[in-house]
Ligand binder design. Structure first.
Ligand SMILES: Cc1cc2nc3c(=O)[nH]c(=O)nc-3n(C[C@H](O)[C@H](O)[C@H](O)COP(=O)(O)O)c2cc1C
Length: 367
């Protein structure tokens, strides 16, 4: 009899909760409403010549859009990963796989991740392991194994203290995490990306990660999928009152994506991926104009992938059309041009950043 491992069962639960319950941030926003691109009535460019090519970690992407790490590790997730991988291969984009812990614990599940490389032989693929697992014993060997499993172009190490703190089985000892990340960064030939999962990263954390040798930061800001929310729903299922209470209290915890992006971008020269509540091509352009090298989108693309391969391809194509349209309307013919377009930052996002000492006029006066 084939019984599911605890990790496999938990992964399935996460997918189920994300698909059937409200798991998005409520009162906290990713902050894109406070970021304003300046419309150019005379763009002086041809919409059809807008070029969205971008190179990340030596890999050319047709547009700087990466499907956020989500799944793998349970039988039914192989199909989802296959659909996502086919779409990124076809459109020249990138994708991350979900935490590979389940397959490292049980190699029979490796196929649920390997399918991504089979379906996307040339795409940018990002492997994924958790910082908590590094702290509790994983090392260079497991990191190399995760990369080898999908012939990955980079490895993301996820940082999810919020989720671990709410989850009943959570591992809340994060002592020594930074050193462990540094050890992996120095030992592996592929770039290491430190990746938050929905609560964002600050200047201080970005600087520390830069110092230990990571090559990229996926800042995973607040305002999109909330892992406190996902764990709240799981706690409800298990009638765990304390965890439900924690999930509700911390539902909107974290640093909003737009704020985190400005903090991280101004503190390192690393490759920065902005994930967390990115929902339209306009959000993508805002993130790129604030200095992101690429954006990540997770939850909405999971929903599309489950509908059909055609649906995910359509969704990604529409996002790219929105991205091009927004670029046209601000007169940017290439992704590089976005470094020079003016951006006005208002509201709570501006208040936070000013309180942290950022000079926002420099963004508004660009161009
Ligand atoms: C169903 C689901 C599973 C996820 N699993 C992982 C994971 O295993 N590893 C990881 O680094 N991030 C994981 N994430 C986090 C996403 O990569 C992303 O950082 C987060 O969902 C914010 O993006 P969004 O608002 O576009 O969903 C998961 C997200 C979802 C929705």
């Amino acid at each position: 009899m084939v019984s599911k491992t605890e990790t496999e069962e938990r992964k399935l639960d996460h997918i189920r909760m994300c698909l059937t319950k409200d798991v998005q941030a409520k009162s906290i926003k990713a902050g894109f409403e406070d970021i304003h691109l300046v419309h150019k009535a005379l763009p002086e460019i041809n919409r059809n010549q807008v070029n969205t090519l971008k190179e990340i970690f030596g890999h050319k992407l047709a547009a700087p859009l990466i499907i956020g790490a989500m799944t793998g590790g349970a039988k039914t997730t192989a199909k989802i990963n296959a659909v996502l991988a086919e779409a990124v291969e076809k459109l020249g984009l990138g994708m991350g796989v979900g935490s590979q812990r389940a397959a490292l614990e049980d190699p029979k599940l490796a196929y649920t991740f390997q399918i991504t490389r089979e379906k996307a032989p040339t795409a940018l693929l990002i492997a994924n392991i958790g910082c908590p697992q590094l702290i509790s014993g994983y090392g260079v060997r497991e990191a190399e194994e995760a990369v080898k499993m999908i012939k990955a172009n980079a490895l993301a190490i996820h940082l999810n203290p919020l989720q671990e703190a709410i989850q009943a089985e959570g591992q809340t000892d994060f002592m020594g995490g930074l050193d462990k990340i540094g050890e992996i960064a120095h030992a592996l030939p592929v770039p290491i990306i430190a990746k938050e999962t929905g609560a964002g990263m600050s200047t201080e954390v970005a600087v520390a990660l830069d110092e230990v040798g990571v090559r990229g930061i996926d800042l995973g800001g607040a305002g999109g999928t909330s892992w406190a929310a996902v764990e709240y729903h799981r706690a409800k299922k298990f009638r765990d009152e304390l965890r439900q209470r924690l999930g509700l209290t911390f539902w909107d915890w974290g640093i909003p994506t737009s704020i985190s992006l400005i903090e991280v971008r101004n503190s390192t020269k690393l490759t920065v991926i902005a994930t967390g509540g990115v929902r339209t091509g306009i959000d993508i352009v805002k993130a790129l104009a604030l200095g992101a090298d690429a954006v990540g989108i997770a939850l909405p693309l999971l929903k599309s992938a489950l509908k059909s391969p055609a649906k995910i391809e359509k969704e990604l194509t529409h996002l790219i059309a929105e991205l091009k349209t927004a670029m046209f309307l601000i007169g940017a013919k290439s992704i590089q041009d976005l470094d020079r377009v003016p951006v006005v930052i208002t509201g709570k996002t501006a208040d936070w950043l000013k309180a942290r000492g950022f000079k926002l006029e420099e963004y508004a006066r660009r161009g």
